[in-house]
Design a binder for this molecule. Structure first.
Ligand code: G6P
Length: 614
């Protein structure tokens, strides 16, 4: 974990590596480092605990050299420290490595190394890799063979990028399993290697993704890739269409704020061309899944992690109500180690903004290999691993999401789920043509609902100012707003470090109510809907315990406003669509809470944007 960059070419590698790492900062990290190789094979390694700026400021003279590798680390084995930061070197310093993933059997490998007289310097699992490669090189293997032999000894999914003193104009990159992808970038007389596209975009949009088991030898004039047992090949690059300008923060204080405000556009882009009213059709041109299959399935299982899991929970509502088929959700990390009963009759829908979350990928593989379940993934990163495992894909069209806390990919995932639910409902006869048209018509208002929700920014800032000193927060919702209560609490935890719990309001009296007193604020998500009266009575119970209530409900709802200590109004939404008007409000509330607390909103502590370890 977590970000990798590599360069070989005619320019000075150092500044390119540092700039590449800057573009990977959004993934979250706690230390950073680079290794630069000069023409004679001298390798200089510079690494520092903390932010990239600490590394950059510590560099007096930029090392000279036309190739090198860099890494932002998110600590898994061994504390964040200079010593544990990547790159890691073999004892004699001739092999230098950065890695994403986990060497699960590193203890056993360390013992093996100790028996061979090799002592590791760091506490990391990573260091065994350069040490094992160096041992294999001593036995006379060439570098590719030494790397392959080393990877064969390692358990766990890993991406490894290495340089070797003897071959200063080459970078080696290898991929085992799905610990984040490795993408090779093609330039003019220069080549790049990175863990994700964002780091490459200023330089090139011509790329090639490594597959599981590939080892790439990258030189100034191209790349040669070998897979196990096959002769090396020279892959042709493909063009990717991401706009580098979209990666910039613009005039916003934080990427998260920018991305919250980008939601109306991200929603329009995600819905565009997929919901047609006359004649009513949904996902008509692109969804490769057949209506016959949608009619044949007995169940839909939606999986994800974090914010994507909360999208899954909301998706279940729509797939049951609009799709007319049994639906369930599951946490991918739990699912993959249960004994879930699936089969070809269960459609597995995975949600993953990054397309690289290891638990979600693991669950997808389990569903595919063990149960032969048809799979559809909802994903924001074209070419990511999830889009390659799943046969059917709904691409979100959010552009890069940089803030670690997901926002626009959440609401866009919701739009994709709603479209899918409508498609299932039409295929199964649950929705008539006219009903489909009504539902799609309603969905087309989602961007403007979200836009109007954004106007609650000032109200959120005022409430956040009042809440900033609180130690705890309870967030209540019912029905389709219950998952959103969980998402609100997650956002508060992620960026404002406030202890927050999202609860189904009906569950409050079975425990959480014991916590309440005048120091324990409660947020109630209470737009008008079938369960409004029940929410109102939960709010009354909260008030009776003296806890301050922040109610978020329909604009002009005097009854709710009167009951609450603070009231934030949102545009009333058509049935089942309240998540689109409420999401920007709860995201802004969490954002302003973190801002009021003066925290690092785009890179919250201990979190990563792409979680490639279990
Ligand atoms: C990390 C991110 C979250 C995200 C979760 C799942 O924890 O910080 O924002 O919700 O991973 O990621 P995925 O890419 O699978 O949606």
């Amino acid at each position: 974990m977590c970000g990798i960059i590599g360069y070989v070419g005619r320019r000075a590698a150092g500044p390119i590596l540092l700039e590449g790492l800057q573009r990977l900062e959004y993934r979250g990290y706690d230390s950073a480092g680079i290794a630069v190789v000069d023409r004679d094979g001298a390798i200089e390694v510079l690494k520092r605990r903390g932010k990239l700026a600490q590394l950059t400021n510590s560099i007096g003279v930029m090392p000279n050299g036309g190739s090198g590798i860099g890494h932002t680390r998110w600590a898994t084995h061994g504390e964040p420290s200079d010593r544990n930061a990547h790159p890691h070197t073999s004892s004699a310093g001739e092999v230098v490595v950065v890695q994403n993933g986990i060497v699960e059997n590193h203890r056993e490998l360390r013992e093996r190394l100790a028996q061979a007289g090799v002592r590791c310097e760091s506490d990391t699992d990573t260091e065994v890799i350069p040490q094992l490669i160096a041992l294999a090189l001593q036995r006379g293997l060439d570098f590719s063979a030494a790397l392959r032999e080393t990877l064969d000894q390692i358990n766990g999914a890993n991406a490894v990028v290495a340089v070797w003193r003897r071959e200063p104009e080459r970078i080696y990159a290898a991929r085992r399993g799905s610990a984040g992808g490795i993408v090779i970038g093609f330039g003019e007389d220069e080549m790049f290697v990175a863990s994700d596209l964002a780091a490459l975009l200023p330089h090139t949009t011509q790329v090639h993704h490594l597959e599981d088991g590939d080892i790439a030898v990258v030189g100034v004039d191209g790349v040669s890739v070998s897979s196990r047992g096959e002769p090396p090949r020279q892959p042709q690059p493909t063009e990717v269409g991401l706009d580098p300008v979209a990666v910039a923060k613009g005039s916003y204080r934080h990427f998260m704020l920018k991305e919250i405000h980008e939601q109306p556009r991200a929603l329009s882009d995600t819905i565009r061309g997929r919901a047609r009213l006359s004649p009513p059709t949904v996902l008509a041109d692109e969804l490769t899944i057949s209506d016959d299959l949608l009619r044949a399935i007995s169940r839909v299982l939606i999986i994800g992690m974090g914010t994507s899991l909360h999208a899954a929970m909301i998706g279940r509502w729509w797939i049951e109500q609009l799709g007319g088929v049994a639906a369930d959700f599951d946490n991918a990390a739990e699912f993959r180690y249960r004994e879930p009963l699936l089969g070809p009759g269960v459609l597995v829908v995975s949600i993953t903004q990054s397309g690289e979350t290891i638990d979600t990928l693991g669950a997808m593989r389990e569903a595919e290999q063990r149960w032969q379940s048809p799979q559809l993934t909802i994903c924001n990163v074209p070419g990511s691993e999830a889009t390659r495992i799943a046969e059917h894909v709904i691409h979100l069209r959010c552009g890069p999401e940089i803030g670690v806390a997901s926002t626009k990919t959440f609401t866009a995932s919701l739009a994709a789920l709603y479209l899918l639910a409508c498609r299932i409902g039409r295929a199964r006869g649950r929705l008539s043509e006219a009903e489909l048209a009504d539902r799609l018509d309603a969905l087309l208002t989602a961007p403007s609902l979200t836009e109007r929700g954004l106007s609650a920014g000032d109200a959120c800032a005022t409430v956040a100012e009042r809440l900033r000193g609180a130690a705890n927060l309870l967030v209540l919702g019912r029905g389709i707003e219950y998952p959103l209560a969980m998402e609100t609490a997650l956002k508060c935890k992620e960026i404002s470090y406030m202890h927050a719990e999202g609860y189904a309001a009906g569950e409050m009296k079975h425990g959480p109510i014991a916590l309440l007193d005048d120091s324990f604020p409660v947020v109630a998500l209470a737009p008008r809907g079938p369960l409004f009266d029940k929410m109102l009575s939960a709010v009354q119970q909260v008030r009776a315990r003296g806890a301050p209530v922040i109610a978020i409900g329909d604009e002009g709802d005097a009854e709710l406003a009167e009951l609450a200590n603070h009231f934030i109004g949102v545009p009333p939404a058509p049935p089942l669509l309240s998540p689109f008007s409420l999401s920007p409000v709860v995201q802004l509330l969490a954002y302003h809470l973190a801002a009021a607390r003066g925290l690092d909103i785009d890179q919250p502590r201990n979190l990563a944007k792409t979680v490639t370890v279990e």
